[in-house]
Design a protein around this ligand. Structure first.
Ligand code: HEM
Length: 467
């Protein structure tokens, strides 16, 4: 078959843009239930919108120039939005995602080497191994078992993350670490109504009381695991595995990270680094199941590369159709649907046509991959799943600031390459042996929690491929 995927026409589910603005009460209800249902037609058709939201001037920025201005050119004038800090900072503290100012700068610089291609080879082996171990669960039934793919992909990416983080060396005396993580993520990323109303910080957020004890237990486990590894490294550095934990502990020095910062960052990797990839994998498998041409091109490519015995570190480059399907999955269902900033001082942006956007100190700027990736001004047939947009021959048409699954600028996702590599390896291992098909019960609805999730799960039929 021709390497170019034929144009697919599947339009996966998404809220219809509102044509009538919601009332204040409806805004609160929708923000708490599913912010993706809030946005009106202008959010998908105008370059920017200046509005007031809970007494706060807010700019919805879709214009690529304006986004570049906020995230890159004048990034120093913008800090993480207050609402996100209220939700995440008590948990992740000075981890990279929530740190600001000099601590962020020093930590980002110190951690950059951990994410360089030098370590990609050993990570890619662990990704392949964990994907193969995971796929064993499907083997017992080749007649088409129905599984919740949303749950399965979270299990898979968690297995990959815990292996690449700790090489299986987590010190968890009682019970199940995966379950603790689930509990932690559940309490994380919850917007409390008091946060929305910007109530004083000392007022307890009822939605998070349970989270506090989970967090305490969780941090204790991470600390013990760090201590144990430190001992191994002190005895004989070469006997310690080359995973994130060893690489991070090597940064424990005055110009690197403190022990507490290492702990915060390990929590941050757990929080930021597996549910995101899991969601995108599940949505991709769902869209691919509706697009037979796309699936055929992916299978052909996977079969060819795997039968050659290629090293998994090269799969990302060798499988453009698999990568394109995943990137298109993240366009339609960006795991991080909004990247928000607050202006520290007055600022202004002058658009290419001379229009001026005044951005007063304290203004919140919403950069939303959700609306940007479905925007009528920047995409042809924006609601259609069409991975051919991301094939190498078409990729150049996509502007840097119109596709932002990993953000942009100094705070761009540090794990972006890791995530892409992981996704391609996981899809290749799974699709080499199995077909994932929709059933009459597969009716996912996108909901924005910490990530873009399919409400009610994603049941799909898994059948062994006859190779
Ligand atoms: C498909 C998977 C992923 C998506 C869509 C994603 C998305 C993002 C986005 C949009 C940001 C920028 C947030 C902002 O500017 O406000 C970000 C930051 C970050 N991500 Fe990811 N991420 C993914 C996977 C990962 C992985 C695998 C890791 C770690 C192992 C990770 C760790 C981080 C960290 C530490 C930051 C904060 C960077 C900083 O502020 O300097 N992410 N991610």
């Amino acid at each position: 078959m021709d390497a170019k995927v034929k144009r697919a026409r599947f339009e996966p589910p998404a809220p219809i843009p509102r044509t009538i603005p919601p009332s204040r009460l409806e805004i609160i209800r929708t923000v708490l239930r599913n912010p993706l249902e809030l946005w009106g037609l202008p959010s998908y058709t105008w370059p920017w919108i200046v509005t007031r939201f809970f007494g706060q001037t807010t700019i919805i920025a879709n214009d690529p120039g304006l986004i570049r201005h906020v995230l890159v050119d004048n990034a120093a004038n913008y800090e993480m939005s207050e609402i996100r800090q209220l939700v995440l900072r008590p948990i992740l503290r000075d981890g990279l995602l929530t740190a600001e100012g000099p601590i962020w700068k020093r930590s980002r610089k110190a951690m950059a080497p951990v994410f360089t291609p030098r370590h990609a080879r050993s990570f890619s082996r662990q990704m392949r191994e964990q994907s193969e171990l995971f796929a064993i669960r499907y083997v017992s039934d080749d007649s088409g078992v129905v599984r919740d793919i949303a749950v399965d992909m979270t299990d898979l990416t968690f297995a990959i993350l815990s292996e690449t983080l700790f090489s299986g060396g987590i010190v968890s005396e009682q019970g199940d670490f995966a379950h603790d993580v689930e509990d932690l993520l559940h309490s994380m990323g919850r917007i409390d109504p008091l946060d929305l109303l910007r109530a004083p910080k000392w007022l307890p957020r009822l939605t998070r009381i349970r989270g506090a004890s989970v967090l305490k237990k969780f941090r204790a486990i991470v600390r013990q695991t760090m201590d144990q590894r430190r001992h191994v490294m002190e005895r004989d550095r070469d006997s310690a595995p080359d995973d994130f934990l060893t690489l991070m502990l090597e940064l424990e020095r005055p110009d690197g990270l403190t022990a507490t910062e290492i702990e915060d960052n390990i929590l941050t990797f757990i929080g930021a680094g597996h549910e995101t990839t899991a969601r995108a994998l599940a949505w991709t498998l769902y869209c691919v199941a509706h697009s037979p041409d796309v699936r055929a091109a992916m299978e052909e490519e996977i079969d060819a590369v795997l039968s050659e015995g290629a090293d998994p570190v090269d799969w990302l480059d060798r499988m453009p159709n698999v990568r394109a399907a995943f990137e298109e999955g993240m366009r339609l269902y960006p795991p991080a649907p909004s990247i928000n900033r607050d202006a520290v001082a007055d600022d202004r942006y002058v658009a290419a046509d001379g229009t001026v956007v005044e951005i007063a100190k304290g203004t919140t700027v919403l950069v939303m991959p959700w609306t940007l990736h479905r925007h009528e001004l920047y995409w042809e047939s924006p609601r259609v799943f069409d991975p051919s947009r991301f094939l190498p021959e078409n990729r150049e048409e996509i502007g840097r600031f119109q596709y932002l699954p990993f953000g942009a600028g100094p705070r761009v996702c540090i794990g972006a390459t890791f995530a892409l590599q992981e996704a391609v390896i996981a899809l290749a291992v799974l699709m080499r042996s199995y077909r994932f098909d929709v059933t009459p019960d597969t009716n996912p609805w996108p909901v924005q929690k910490l990530t873009t999730q399919p409400a009610g799960g994603l049941p799909m039929r898994v059948t062994a491929r006859r190779l």
